[in-house]
Design a protein around this ligand. Structure first.
Ligand SMILES: Cc1cc2nc3c(=O)[nH]c(=O)nc-3n(C[C@H](O)[C@H](O)[C@H](O)COP(=O)(O)OP(=O)(O)OC[C@H]3O[C@@H](n4cnc5c(N)ncnc54)[C@H](O)[C@@H]3O)c2cc1C
Length: 392
């Protein structure tokens, strides 16, 4: 594992980071041919998809082992993509591996694992609060051996160019809230499925993998065999996906923090405010550096400990920890990025470093996978229950 981690780090430093300037200056799809070359090289070196089981061509790492890798890949915006460890494909692979039928694995999981196709996950709807995941209007109605799907989704990340989406749709409107929805595979070229637009996010529409789509489903017909797991199990499967998913995201954020920290320190040590006087001699900057170091280290330890708890006792038993890391690490990420931008002055606002790209794109970290406030309240409610607080 440590040999592989050092190979991965070398690849990130020597091959991925040099491509960053181009990534920041051009639409993702224009860079795709170069990225595909690098993906082929990753495969050739035996570093491909470190999180996937070996029978799917991956590295077979445990959750905790992959957490270290994810932090290394997170040091550049293209790291996870180059190693085929990018969200949402990583979550879709885990889901299909655990719950897909033999046919679904052959048709969708295996090409996904080989990096021949991409996928997306369509749950959030513009008209309904995504923070309440059981409140959905998209329906999948049984008609013989088919489901007929109608609905409206948005923030379906990476829908542009994906081969299929996994859609969360209501199959039993009168069931208990957590048993109403089902996850169903829908090919992106299915009749009646429209990619309405790539949503402009912080001034950028993005393209290909690096985009967030709005989708409209109008009478989309797919076979019942496209259902993942049991009817009504959609919510439970979504919850199952989120446990390891939060470890992946949090360690990616820690990778971003480490890179931002490095850039901040390099700048502080070299930028002169007046002849012979360096920026890093200023107490304010010194405090930003010390605070960032403490927060990143604390975040890393908390996430690794949570990964170990998930492996030992399962995601449900570790649910408080999973909520804690979600909002704590998202907050550290935001603060460290902000300090790094500030240290760089005007340079921090440019796309000459990856800081501004992360500053824009990772603001979402406090919103997706459950907004921070939802996680804080969930943890606090359980703590206060132990002190006898009953909610009205
Ligand atoms: C970059 C990005 C990528 C995404 N990718 C995907 C994807 O691939 N697939 C997908 O299906 N969805 C995706 N989403 C959507 C995401 O899951 C939702 O945005 C999220 O669940 C919040 O839902 P909402 O936007 O409807 O906000 P709302 O539910 O309208 O909430 C708005 C705000 O209200 C506050 N709030 C909400 N609930 C509470 C509460 N209980 N207590 C206190 N305050 C509260 C929070 O501050 C929250 O930010 C993505 C979002 C972003 C930003």
């Amino acid at each position: 594992m440590s040999a592989r981690l050092s190979d991965i780090r070398s690849f990130i430093d020597e091959r991925a980071i040099p491509l960053e300037r181009e990534f920041l200056a051009r639409p993702f799809v224009e860079l795709e041919p170069k990225l595909q070359q690098l993906r082929a090289e990753v495969k050739k070196r035996g570093l491909w998809a470190p999180h996937l089981p070996t029978d799917l061509g991956g590295g077979g790492l445990s959750l905790t082992e992959f957490a270290h890798v994810s932090a290394a890949l997170g040091e550049t915006p293209i790291g996870h993509y180059l190693f085929n460890a990018q969200a949402p494909d990583i979550g879709n692979c885990e889901l299909l591996h655990a719950h897909g039928s033999a046919e679904q694995k052959k048709t969708w999981l295996e090409p996904l694992a080989r990096g021949e196709i991409r996928s997306c996950f369509a749950m959030t709807e513009p008209e309904f609060a995504g923070s309440n995941p059981v409140w959905l209007a998209t329906t999948a109605r049984r008609d013989g051996d088919d489901y007929v799907i109608d609905g409206h989704k948005w923030f379906t990340s990476s829908a542009d160019g994906a081969a299929f989406t996994i859609v969360m749709a209501v199959t039993a409107p009168d069931a208990k809230p957590h048993e109403r929805a089902t996850q169903i595979i829908v090919p992106m070229d299915a009749s009646g499925l429209e990619l309405v637009r790539n949503i402009s996010v912080m001034g950028e529409k993005g393209s290909g993998y690096s985009s967030h789509g709005e989708l409209r489903f109008t009478g989309v017909r797919v076979p019942v065999a496209n259902r993942i797991g049991a009817e009504g199990a959609g919510f439970a499967l979504a919850q199952e996906r989120l446990g390891p998913g939060r470890i992946h995201h949090c360690m990616r954020w820690i990778g971003i923090c480490e890179r931002a920290f490095k850039l901040m320190c390099e700048r502080a040590a070299t930028r002169e405010l007046s002849p012979g006087h360096k920026l890093g001699e200023q107490q304010a900057v010194q405090h930003w550096i010390a605070e960032s170091r403490a927060e990143i280290d604390a975040a890393r330890l908390l996430v690794l400990d949570t990964a170990q708890q998930i492996e030992a006792n399962g995601a449900h038993a570790a649910r408080d920890r999973i909520s804690l890391i979600k909002f704590y690490v998202a907050g550290v990420l935001q603060r460290v990025l902000d300090r790094a931008v500030q240290t760089h002055g005007a340079l921090g606002m440019t796309d000459d470093t990856p800081l501004a790209w992360w500053y824009r794109h990772e603001r979402g970290a406090r919103i997706y996978d459950g907004p921070d406030e939802v996680h804080k309240s969930a943890v606090a409610r359980r703590i206060l229950k132990g002190f006898g607080l009953k909610e009205s």
